[in-house]
Design a protein around this ligand. Structure first.
Ligand code: ATP
Length: 432
């Protein structure tokens, strides 16, 4: 399996991920996503949205503000409960999460550690021109609360009946004590969250159903079965709102770790927001004539965590004539570029023809163009960023108006007439 240093250097060299504010020496826990990274992230979000919202008849979307009325966090319990236990080394002054250090010894210098103190990981800011306690607000540490406070709005406007869900993708912020392991633990990241509202009593069944569906999503996008497993989170490790949590775990180079959490949040959040806001956040069940607070099943995934896991899962090295061939076997739907257009040589009129072909492809799929160095080198460069199809324009193209499509995984080449190129690519993507 690829180690994080190798992956980090590939990501930086090829424009997937850069350290945040790098010219100023970086900024711990913040990352910038380059031309390829932005595409991969977008594809992950799009696949999630397509599966969770577009293809279902019982889920609608939402895009709520990042900064919410601070009473939200009082009601949700985050002001009190969203804490990590922090310990500090008495010698080197480094800080750690208490649950990440063993035997009260500093992992860095071996010095003794302080007593643990509670540290709220929500970022604070001020809203308005006065920096007073009354103006304190928080950057949301999860997107879920934007959904709960809009439960009534969405229920009324969408006229959905239970069971139904509200989905949201957006930024979340956590002032993590120890960010690290590349992007695994960042301070700014994106969540893809679904709050699925169900009738109390049906929650356990729906919980299992969502665990299965989420696992199937990763598998369908190419995650190897041996890289995924489920972990039932024991009661003492669960969040304050959760009756049951299953984590989908991924085999990272540093060990198994959470990729996504699926929680049964019960009626905790809607009840609390109902109490604190004074709004009635209930549901009237026309079939039974009952009014109740729905239960909520929440699959909560991270865009950057998935990004990292998909890259690790896809990375392969294999020996070839020139040494080592690095291939990212990303699912074609996730690959930043679907197609690379490559003229066999830089000579005219090949380049002109290749540019025509690229112009033909561009409106249909995300694509790139490369005419520098040997064709073998260029295939390697595309393999390394996961491009599933390379389209080569050669001298014969000028005579037969056909090009070659080379498949990243089989390395087989097929000749296709230019007028049929777009549909040939479409067919391949649809079949993937
Ligand atoms: P941990 O206990 O590791 O801090 P958590 O259990 O608090 O994480 P959740 O609140 O369940 O995490 O968050 C849901 C999802 O959001 C996670 O599965 C992960 O994909 C993503 N996520 C959470 N925190 C981070 C982070 N600091 N950086 C990147 N992604 C994150």
């Amino acid at each position: 399996m690829v180690d994080l240093d190798t992956l980090f250097s590939l990501c930086k060299r090829r424009g997937f991920v850069y350290p945040g504010s790098e010219i100023y020496g970086g900024f711990g826990g913040f990352w910038d996503y380059g031309p390829l990274g932005v595409e991969l992230k977008r594809n992950i979000r799009d696949e999630w949205w397509r599966t969770i919202v577009q293809e279902r008849d019982d889920v609608v979307g939402l895009d709520a503000a990042i900064i919410m009325n601070p009473r939200t966090w009082e009601a949700s319990g985050h002001l009190r409960e969203f804490v990590d236990r922090l310990v500090e080394c008495r010698v080197c002054r480094q800080r750690f999460r208490a649950d990440e250090v063993a035997e009260n010894v500093c992992p860095s210098c071996g010095g003794p550690l302080s007593e643990a103190r509670l540290f709220n990981t929500m970022f604070k800011t001020f809203v308005g021109p006065v920096e007073s306690e009354a103006a304190v607000a928080y950057l949301r540490p999860e997107t879920a609360q934007g959904i709960f406070v809009n439960f009534k709005n969405v229920l009324t406007t969408s006229r959905k009946k239970l069971p139904f869900g509200i989905a949201q993708i957006g930024k979340a912020f956590r002032n993590e004590i120890t960010p690290g392991r590349f992007t695994f633990r960042s301070r700014e990241f994106e969540q893809m969250e679904l709050e699925f509202f169900v009738k109390p009593g049906t929650d356990e069944e729906w919980f299992r159903c969502w665990v299965d569906q989420r696992l199937a999503w990763y598998r369908r996008l190419g995650m190897k079965p041996e890289n995924l497993k489920l972990h039932e989170v024991p009661a003492e490790e669960r969040a304050h709102y959760s009756k049951a949590t299953v984590d989908i775990m991924f085999r990272f180079p540093f060990g198994w770790a959470e990729l996504e959490g699926i929680a049964n949040r019960t009626d905790f959040d809607l009840t609390r927001h109902g109490q604190v806001s004074g709004e009635e956040l209930t549901y009237f069940d026309e079939e039974t004539g009952q009014r109740y607070v729905p239960y909520v099943i929440e699959p909560s995934a991270g865009v950057e965590r998935s990004f990292l896991a998909f890259l690790i899962n896809a990375y392969e090295e294999e020996p070839d004539k020139e040494g080592v061939r690095v291939v990212l076997r990303l699912h074609p739907r996730l690959a930043p570029y679907k197609v690379a257009v490559l003229p066999l040589s830089r000579k005219e009129p090949l380049v002109e023809k290749a540019r025509e072909v690229w112009a033909l492809v561009r409106p249909h799929v995300m694509s790139t163009y490369d005419d520098a160095q040997s064709i073998g080198r260029r295939y390697r460069r595309q393999d390394e960023i996961g491009t599933p199809y390379c389209v080569t324009i050669d001298f014969q193209t000028l005579e037969d108006n056909a090009v070659t499509i080379r498949d990243r995984d089989t390395m087989l080449q097929e000749r296709v007439p230019i007028p049929e190129l777009v549909s040939a690519i479409r067919d391949r993507l649809a079949a993937s």
